[in-house]
Write a protein that binds this ligand. Structure first.
Ligand code: GLV
Ligand code: MN
Ligand code: MN
Ligand code: MN
Length: 405
């Protein structure tokens, strides 16, 4: 197994050059993180950059009517294609690597293959999926769910961002929805992604192959009570939704720990959001994930029951709404084993969702992870060494050569 990578070399330089082209786009100077929400100005610039990269390589770009972009190398009619790529959009103040690393690596892998004189026997396609994080319209992997038909076009069209702009308005058209003909042209999908944990640090390897994605979902809990004056309302007379909300956060954490699962409340909205007013309404979003579907279902149910009981005591009302659910994804085992042997790389599961997880139900799909020295992700502190990114490109090029020839 390759356990360390060299610090310099032409591929590392090419990586740095391409990486630096997009590094300033959507970067918040205060946090150092990225605000690259789908179909907003920075993400539109990245999509433009995608088209320029495709042009430079003579790869025509098609769009699927859902906001996903595909750049084609080779005769589109020459048999089923191999797709690689990822997404440009970020979570609020997210890291540089989550998403864009897969697209930058794809361009560099194409360059590596061309430099090595490889002519793919089937088309090789570089893709950029829209709204993977769900940070703007609330549903993660929106573009891939639309393409595969896992999300109805009508529902996607009406999703709205915080300013009230609908997905259809942002896209400039009603999304086209499922495209089985396009999907049927992909013989395989390989998404390269920065690792979002520290398994590769522990294992001393720069690249891994994914085995599975934990089932996960998002649940919105709306707690309503009675807005009132902070100074004059007796404690015994209050119906304070903030208490039920706070209990929900603690209950989710406790239930997740009991089951070796993950639960996070990372987003909250409070009305009227005034220091001197008891809130009338608190809405929180629970992100929950577990290795097994039954564990995840039991976790969410336990939170629901405990919170309903707590709401009775607080004199509030609480509703729990499932906003998105992603089942357990077991990547094509044969493909994962084949790639792990080809790369002499470890095989790992992950708790993070990806477009690859959505496509896996329709197309033989694999993921490659690139070592993240701190394991931090969805944060400005997310990082990867240039040498490991170059090792990722080399691995991706090897995989693409294997799958296209
Ligand atoms: C997306 O990155 C997710 O796993 O939430
Ligand atoms: Mn992410
Ligand atoms: Mn990602
Ligand atoms: Mn993701």
């Amino acid at each position: 197994m390759l356990t360390h990578t060299v610090e310099e070399g032409p591929l590392i330089n090419s990586f740095r050059q391409l990486w630096d082209e997009i590094a300033p786009i959507g970067r918040d100077p205060h946090s150092g993180g990225y605000l690259r929400y789908a179909l907003t100005e920075p993400e539109l610039r990245l999509r433009e950059w995608f088209r320029e990269q495709a042009d430079e390589r003579g790869m025509p770009v098609t769009e699927d009517g859902n906001g996903n972009l595909f750049a084609w190398w080779g005769d589109p009619d020459a048999g089923d294609a191999v797709l690689t790529g990822s997404h440009f959009d970020s979570v609020p103040h997210g890291g540089a690597y989550d998403g864009p690393l897969g697209i930058v690596s794809a361009w560099l892998a194409v360059d590596e293959l061309r430099a090595a004189g490889v002519t793919p026997a089937r088309p090789l396609v570089v893709g950029a999926f829209v709204e993977e994080e769900g940070a703007r319209f609330g549903v993660p992997c929106l573009g891939s769910r639309l393409l595969t038909g896992q999300l109805a076009a009508d529902r996607a069209a009406g999703l709205r961002d915080a300013a009230g702009v609908s997905f259809a308005e942002a896209l400039g058209a009603r999304p086209a929805g499922a495209d089985p003909a396009l999907l049927g042209r992909f013989a395989a999908f390989v998404e390269l992604h920065v690792e979002q944990g520290r398994a590769l640090v522990d294992q001393g390897a720069p690249v891994a192959v994914a085995s599975a994605i934990w089932p996960h979902g998002r649940w919105r809990f709306d707690v309503t009570g009675e807005g009132n004056h902070a100074g004059t309302t007796r404690m015994a007379d209050r119906r304070d939704p903030m208490l039920t909300y706070a209990f929900t956060v603690l209950a989710a954490n406790k239930e997740a720990r009991l089951r070796d699962a993950h639960a996070t409340v990372g987003r909250v909205s409070v009305e009227p959001n005034a220091t001197n007013a008891i809130p009338s309404r608190v809405t929180g979003w629970l992100d929950a994930r577990a290795a097994e579907p039954d564990t995840l279902a039991a976790l969410v149910e336990a939170v629901r029951v405990k919170v309903a009981e707590r709401a009775r005591r607080d004199g509030t009302r609480v509703t729990l709404t499932e906003e998105s659910a992603t089942p357990l994804v077991a990547f094509d085992g044969g493909l994962a084993d084949r790639l792990a042997a080809l790369l002499d790389a470890p095989v790992l599961p992950t708790g993070a969702g990806h477009d690859a997880g959505v496509l896996a139900a329709h197309v033989p799909t694999a993921m490659l992870f690139v070592r993240n020295p701190t394991g931090v992700s969805h944060s400005p502190a997310e990082s990867a060494a240039d040498a490991d990114c170059a090792a990722g490109v080399t691995a991706l090029a090897k995989v693409l050569a294997e799958l296209t020839t």
